[in-house]
Ligand binder design. Structure first.
Ligand code: SF4
Length: 71
């Protein structure tokens, strides 16, 4: 896996099924809305040390609601 300087995270709250895996896996990047449980993006451009966690959350999201773009 190659290291990149910048990684951008986007979320699709309409697709999110409020499972909360992302908030548990990377609480620095994701939270959940206290009322609906849907994802809240805390950091769209996380630092390099969190890139692997961001990728993993995107891979593991059961609703494919997280997109990671590397540049
Ligand atoms: S893991 Fe996916 S479905 Fe679950 S809260 Fe996060 S974005 Fe939503």
């Amino acid at each position: 896996m190659s290291a990149v300087d910048r990684l951008t995270v986007t979320v699709d709250t309409d697709a999110c099924c409020a499972m909360g895996r992302c908030a548990a896996g990377a609480p620095e990047i994701f939270d959940q809305d206290p009322d609906t449980g849907t994802v809240v993006l805390l950091d769209a451009t996380p630092p390099p040390e969190l890139h692997e966690a961001a990728r993993l959350c995107a891979d593991l999201c059961p609703c494919a609601a997280i997109t990671v773009t590397e540049a």
